[in-house]
Write a new protein. Structure first.
Length: 228
């Protein structure tokens, strides 16, 4: 006797959470995401259908295969994945689970999804991200991107968060979370609060250097013979 899983017919598509790396096409005209585990070799769009990563000719999510999109029920569980070293540059996605799906204790495996929001973490320097820049790796035809602040973009290929959302399409929202104020981009104008903060930082550094020079001077004096 073959047991069947209970069928669900929700009035609204379920919501899930996952992490992924944002990607930009080689010609800079399209944006999407690539997974952090099994499906990492297959970049996908904001609204997309799953494919079997093993190349099998069945429709995901097949019960005897691992194919299909994956997500978890709890946002906190997805955020916890961002703590690992290899996933620090990934973004947090809120997705809408579409089509057929299989429910598990912690999440879903499903056939089709829509990415509603992508939340970028802080830049590697700790400042709030304002753009997504070339990460130095990618997939064939796609550049992987990482969150960066205005001061760390420099000459790398990059897109603002708003431009990434526009290129991805389908009503995607791209947000930034965490981090602090960063250095302004080259040529940017500073207001009075920014100038005061920069002056205070420079003064603190100058005081520290002067104290270090004074200590070195004292040590040098102690090593000199007495003057006659």
């Amino acid at each position: 006797m073959r047991l069947r899983l209970p069928a669900e017919r929700p009035t609204e598509p379920p919501t899930g959470y996952k992490i992924a790396h944002p990607v930009l096409s080689q010609d800079g005209t399209r944006a999407g995401f690539t997974g952090v585990s099994l499906g990492g070799a297959l970049p996908y769009g904001v609204l997309d259908d799953a494919s079997c990563v093993y190349g099998r000719r069945h429709r995901p999510p097949a019960r005897l295969c691992d194919c299909g999109f994956h997500c978890v029920h709890d946002r906190t569980a997805a955020e916890a994945m961002l703590c690992t070293a290899e996933h620090r540059d990934a973004v947090l996605l809120e997705v809408c689970v579409l089509g057929a799906y299989i429910r598990f204790e912690r999440g879903f495996r499903y056939a089709r999804q829509r990415v509603r929001t992508a939340t970028a973490g802080p830049c590697a320097c700790g400042a709030t991200a304002v753009a997504l820049a070339d990460a130095g790796w990618g997939r064939s035809g796609w550049r992987a991107l990482v969150p960066v602040c205005a001061g760390c973009v420099r000459g790398r290929t990059s897109v603002s968060l708003a431009d990434f959302a526009r290129l991805a399409g389908e009503g995607l929202r791209v947000l930034a979370r965490g981090g602090g104020p960063g250095l302004p981009a080259s040529g940017a104008e500073l207001g009075v609060p920014e100038l005061v903060a920069e002056a205070a930082l420079l003064q603190a550094r100058l005081d520290w250097f002067q104290s270090q020079l004074a200590r070195l001077g004292e040590r040098g004096d102690k090593g000199q013979p007495p003057k006659t």
